[in-house]
Design a protein around this ligand. Sequence first.
Ligand SMILES: CC(C)(COP(=O)(O)OP(=O)(O)OC[C@H]1O[C@@H](n2cnc3c(N)ncnc32)[C@H](O)[C@@H]1OP(=O)(O)O)[C@@H](O)C(=O)NCCC(=O)NCCS
Length: 299
Amino acid sequence: MYVQVHVATHELDSWEKTVMTVPPKLLCFEDSMDLIAKLPTVAATIYRNLYRDGTSIGAIDPAKDWSANFTAMLGYDDPQFTELMRLYLTIHSDHEGGNVSAHTTHLVGSALSDPYLSFAAGMNGLAGPLHGLANQEVLLWVTKLRAETGDDVTEDQLKEFIWKTLKSGQVVPGYGHAVLRKTDPRYTCQREFALKHLPDDKLFKLVAKLYNVVPGILTELGKVANPWPNVDAHSGVLLQYYGMTEMNYYTVLFGVSRALGVLSSLVWDRALGLPIERPKSMSTEGLQKLVGASAAKAA
Ligand SMILES: CC(C)(COP(=O)(O)OP(=O)(O)OC[C@H]1O[C@@H](n2cnc3c(N)ncnc32)[C@H](O)[C@@H]1OP(=O)(O)O)[C@@H](O)C(=O)NCCC(=O)NCCS
């Protein structure tokens, strides 16, 4: 199948004016590879402009891997932080297609929107506090806890703070999952990294204490399908330890990694020719039939 698509290249006059005929499968692959390759540069430039006075990201070193180059572009030279970024960028890439960012990228891409548009849509989903922004929410929540109780918090103080959060109608950020029913392995590997490299860090100790208390309370609440921590419960603590304190940037970092997963899925969607996606529509009559209600009863 061939479709009319807009193509962006440096040689062409403008993105809007130029129309070429290219097979969508090929275009999707090219654009996805292009996007994955350029995202670290774009994200690092944003970081430098916002937090490092617009200093240069430097040149890419082809002898180094993707994570090492990205870390260097951000301006960090601690090899341990580079190692953390390798872990971080791997575990945040994706784990299944049902989460908001992966599903949104798939949905928008199913209309044959190009990978740039599909990925941007996915990132808008990632920015929600119940999804990718949760890592920032965790840090804000833990900072508030610390301000109220100090670092030597007791288990009773923790319980009180958690219940106060729940009673105010908020969720405990970093806990729960739509699919997982046990501790997120992405939480566990970050915990193992912390146990190895920063066992005495105060923030890590606090997060570790929460791990002992939160699941019991969420279980007691009676409605939470998964009381265990997810990936977002831990990442902020590690980034803070190595000096990346700009919380507003955390979801951007998450997005750079997620591109690997959602864009490779998008290439597969196109390669397999998956159809446009939409929710099922039902007439009122159909809905009445479904629940066994007669028209008279429904009225
Ligand atoms: C991830 C999340 C959105 C999954 O939602 P879900 O699939 O609807 O989860 P559940 O089926 O367990 O939800 C059942 C109920 O428990 C609540 N619940 C789930 N996780 C909770 C948490 N961490 N704290 C408090 N309540 C929670 C839900 O809000 C829902 O309440 P409701 O029936 O009053 O609306 C949810 O667990 C959550 O909000 N977690 C905190 C935010 C977070 O860490 N997000 C990152 C996920 S990787």
